[in-house]
Design a protein around this ligand. Sequence first.
Ligand SMILES: [Zn+2]
Length: 677
Amino acid sequence: MTRDNAQRAMAALRAEIERHDELYYQRQAPVISDYDYDQLVKRLQALEAAFPELVTLDSPTQRIGGRPSDGFKPAAHRIPMMSLDNVYSSEELREWEARCRRLYNGAFDYVAELKIDGLSLSLRYADGLLTEAVTRGDGTTGDVVTENARTIRQIPLRLANPLAADMEARGEVYLPLSAFQRLNAALEAEGEKAFVNPRNAAAGTMKLLDARIVASRRLAMFCYELFADGAKPFETHWETLAWLRQAGFPVNPHARRCATLEEVLAYCADMERQRATRDYDTDGVVVKINQARAQQELGATAKAPRWAVAYKFAPMQARTRLRGVTWQVGRLGALTPVAELEPVFIAGTTVARASLHNEDQIQRLDARLGDLVIVEKSGDIIPQVVGVVVAERAGTEAPIVVPALCPGCPDRQVRLVRPEGEVAWRCPETRCPTKLRQRLQHFAARTAMDIEGLGEAAVDKLVREGLIADCADLYALTAEQVAALERLGDKSAQNLLAQIERSKTAGLERLLFALGIPDVGRRKAQLLAQHFGSLAALAAASEADLVAVRDIGPVTARRIREWLADDLNQRTLARLESAGVVTRLERPGSGTAARLTGKQFVLTGTLPTLTREEATARIEAAGGRVTSGVSKKTDYVVAGESPGSKLAKAEALGVAILDESGLLALLAEADGGAPPA
Ligand SMILES: [Zn+2]
């Protein structure tokens, strides 16, 4: 690829990545999967590796973190990062207001903002470029975590119009609840310890030395404070928020300017009611006096400013009766106890089930059937039983007994086992139908082989009819078999088969994750795929070979080896291979059709040089498809002169829009021109 072509391709990729960042973070409306996003970044990285002189400081790849840092250096805050005083009731908030009025005679109003439950971060810009990010630390000195902060895609790496040579923005870094759940699921799948709550996860992530892992966890941020040359640049806090927003900083959209304390109180009540509907944890409302002048006069105590206060929400807990415990069987056979509760209303939803995690947790809580228990909810995370009200016991409560036989194996008597050192009981039966159903659902999941239409109901039917005993059986299904399934019409049967067919090209990384090998989550699947390059090479690997892979320890290596050595698994792998499932890593540039495979394009308007037929032919030659209507599944709309309503629709749906040169850049890059990664 020529330097010019590379530059164009890189510009197109950067624009596309930034567009997806915006859709993901500003509009919360992503149009591509995380996996596809990562592929875009990888393509850009590959190009940048080949043309290092074309790397720009504000390239999205600079957020990924090149190499692990060697620990964190401390840095002093020029202006201390103070904490806030808390109030817990409207009376206390009124007292705070009265104190402010006593100490300051002028007029003022308020800005009320959600208090995000995360960790505070200071971002420093020199001549508009992000140069340093520092954690709050003890308020005087924090850790320099610039590499990690760069991975937060919402944070501008460069300011278009800085107010001063020295700018500082402050805000709260948090982990969205959806990302928190994904992270914990992945950690658990890899046999690692899950985080207790999103705040711990965010704090733990910010302290990681490998920025690449930080990047994968998708931290987010809301900014709420600004200094220019060490001083507040605006007369009001409201103007500060407006400037931050237009400068590209993430600002929470729920901030409100309130003329009176009554308005503030109404806002607090609204926010507390809506608390459970957000994708991030909030633990209260920060109420600030809007006018900088009043703030200055009110000043601060040794610990906190007098002009701001945190109104704390009540904890999202409730008491209810524990009626029973259901033991759920996971895809690796682990049993999870789920508390069946007398339904109780907590923060906007009725809770009837809650997690009890494992047998040890039940013992720690000393929970018994019939107990009055404390249930806690954190956003939309699965509610948990966090305590027992022992004082309320009647004496008739019964102990919770772990079943001796697998509840997921109804036709056989299968004794559960608890391997030494593990917290969970497991079903050891390879033919356990519940494990099979869970494995198949995992195999078909969006992050695995991505077989749309193979959800819980379809899997249940296929397993019940005896059509499927492992994932390889999916590829042997016939149209008649699928159509004969109860209440599955011809059309959805065909769709399902088409989706199964399409999944053959999902690629080695996804396949290794989808197989459900113990300890192999998405990240390890990726590492294994890149290290071995093919399923055959992995299957032939010894324990020593596996340990040589970065981040694979001896325990994981043994588990992988055991899984691969299993007769049934070997047969499954052989059948997947002969069914035509892609089991080799497709390296960038190794095939022309690989790059845009499955991507859907829509053409609209007249392109400057290409006819519609030519454009279609070139897209198809690169593996893409051209369709007529714009939908959520459309990957790119190529717009020329006088585009029709398709362009408006694409904009409304947030579909990536290319002009002819953008298309040509994408095609040039897909045309095997990219260097191997
Ligand atoms: Zn079982």
